[in-house]
Design a protein around this ligand. Structure first.
Ligand code: GLC
Length: 530
């Protein structure tokens, strides 16, 4: 691997802006709120913040329906607020990464308004318009991820338009070079302002079959979107040109990065989006995120991504985001839940790759049950309340006060019922807390080349334990993660201990790595060895 980049060595923290900190008491978080909380992020030791969309949006999908790619949504503040946030984050060594939503705009975007105005519009072909089939039905059988068919009939112009998500999110036509050019300019707008890079929304959806062929049915009897094999409505080989085009724009600037939401469960397919160093800088590995709580599963997923990535490419690690139930809930357990959060943290911050943390995971935030009359997410409304994503988007828990220090007593989503006992202020005062453990892991990672840039090697271990070695020139680390509910005795390769961490508060480090180490149920040990 050549020169190391900040986004390889660093730790990235995702903020869902609606829910981090509300500075003006309107119930929705904002950029000024994030600025006020920068000291928390600096104290934790992170290197960059990925902001879920902050651009103007009618909020049909809470920002993932953008009506202007080059401005700030008034609910969140102004471009001046953005510049101030970025400057003050920069003073703390923290870069900003923006969410960029290229597959679709809002139906209120002026481009779509123009496109919709008639078949002769110069922007007609900026979106995907088609005539009905002879019987009047939609052009093909594609389904919307968010429920129902993927085509919306436009009475005025007598054609359908494609929307892979909500009908308020019409798909842009990336096969039109004018669209590519205009979208590249939206990247330059923010790159010129100094952002560190972009998280690219549903990049695997941006290239589709040019002939718009029907998807075949998937095995099983799932209805709708899940009832199809997504052969033609995503992941078309032409994605390569699109990725190269985006990469060329990023390469006009120094030290910028992209991380793609490649929501494909095959790590080999996700790895393709790196184009061996000429495409995405990072692609999320979602099959790792979806692994069950098991040493074998995480080992398998780790090895699969390691094997799939070309040698000049760098992996990443993520367990939670704004679309999936928080991992503290997914892996919860009545007695071992808290200990498991620590094991998960140790894994995220010591495997090879750039870790992405989701706001609140550092205090072990759980998903919150949302009463049906408070559901906001269109997925919850259109498909099923139980699959809605509001539960992982609730206000950050800062303090043991009414409103949890979020800034409003009537936030857009309910605050967790446990916010009075699970919050940043209490955990800051408790050196044995999960929050301090995250911070200590990040510190150890930063201080140890083997951990932030070293190679990865799986180690054989006992049943229920995921063990591995990380090594860089002059630096070695050994990690053992006990996923089981019982005690385990492990032996690691030889080495004298130079430092390390155990997830059990105040448990002592061994003197030598190869002595028998007793791991408590759901305990992690990280050893830096000479
Ligand atoms: C991505 C986003 C999700 C959004 C969808 C449509 O999956 O992460 O929140 O709803 O794309 O833009």
């Amino acid at each position: 691997m050549g020169k190391r980049e900040w986004w390889q060595d660093g730790v990235i923290y995702q903020i869902y802006p609606r829910s981090f900190m509300d500075s003006n008491g309107d119930g929705v978080g904002d950029l000024e709120g994030i600025r006020q909380r920068l000291d928390h992020l600096a104290w934790l030791g992170i290197d960059a913040v990925w902001l879920s969309p902050i651009q103007p949006s009618p909020m049909a999908d809470f920002g993932y329906d953008v009506s202007d790619y080059c401005d700030v949504e008034p609910l969140f503040g102004s471009l001046d607020d953005f510049d101030r946030l970025q400057a003050e984050a920069g003073e703390r060594g923290i870069r900003l990464i923006l969410d960029w939503v290229p597959n679709h705009s809002s139906d209120r975007h002026p481009w779509f308004q123009e496109s919709r105005s008639g078949r002769a519009s110069p922007k007609r072909d900026w979106y995907v318009w088609r005539d009905p089939q002879s019987g009047g039905g939609p052009p093909n059988n594609w389904q919307s991820v968010f429920g129902g068919g993927a085509w919306e009939w436009d009475e005025a112009s007598g054609q359908f338009y494609l929307h892979s998500f909500l009908k308020e999110q019409p798909d842009l036509n990336w096969r039109n070079p004018e669209v590519a050019r205009a979208m590249h300019d939206t990247l330059r707008f923010w790159l010129d302002r100094g952002v560190g890079g972009f998280r690219i929304d549903v990049i695997h959806k941006c290239a589709k079959d040019p002939e718009l062929r029907d998807n075949p049915p998937a095995p099983g009897d799932n209805p709708g979107y899940l009832g199809q094999e997504h052969l033609h409505d995503e992941n078309h080989p032409d994605i390569e040109d699109l990725l190269r085009g985006i990469r060329r724009v990023l390469d006009e600037y120094d030290e910028r990065m992209t991380v793609g939401e490649v929501y494909i469960m095959d790590p080999r397919e996700a790895a393709r989006y790196y184009l061996a160093g000429e495409g995405l800088h990072l692609a999320f590995n979602f099959s790792f995120l979806r692994a069950p709580w098991s040493a074998e599963a995480f080992r398998r997923e780790t090895e699969a991504f390691e094997a799939a990535l070309p040698s000049n490419c760098w992996p990443d690690l993520v367990l939670s985001n704004h679309d999936v139930p928080r991992h503290a809930s997914r892996y919860d357990d009545p007695t071992l839940g808290e200990a498991r959060s620590r094991v998960a943290a140790a894994m995220l911050l010591t495997l090879r790759g750039t870790p992405f943390l989701y706001y609140g995971e550092e205090i072990g935030m759980r998903n919150v049950a949302i009463p049906e009359n408070r559901i906001q997410d269109p997925v919850g409304i259109n498909i099923h309340p139980a699959v809605g994503r509001d539960g992982e988007r609730t206000p950050m828990q800062w303090e043991p006060t009414p409103g949890a220090g979020f800034g409003s007593t009537d936030p857009w989503l309910p605050t967790a019922p446990d916010a009075d006992v699970r919050n940043v202020a209490l955990q800051r005062n408790d050196p044995d807390s999960l929050l301090h453990f995250y911070r200590a892991l990040i510190e150890l990672r930063r201080a140890t080349p083997a951990l932030h840039r070293g190679d990865y090697r799986s180690l054989d271990s006992v049943d229920g334990v995921f063990a591995y070695e990380r090594s860089a020139p002059g630096s070695r680390a050994l990690v053992a993660l006990n996923f089981s509910d019982g005690e385990r005795r492990v032996r690691l390769p030889a080495g004298s201990i130079a430092g390390g961490l155990r997830s059990e508060p105040r448990a002592e480090l061994p003197e030598h790595a190869d002595e028998e180490i007793h791991l408590a149920p759901s305990e992690a040990i990280v050893l830096v060895v000479d």
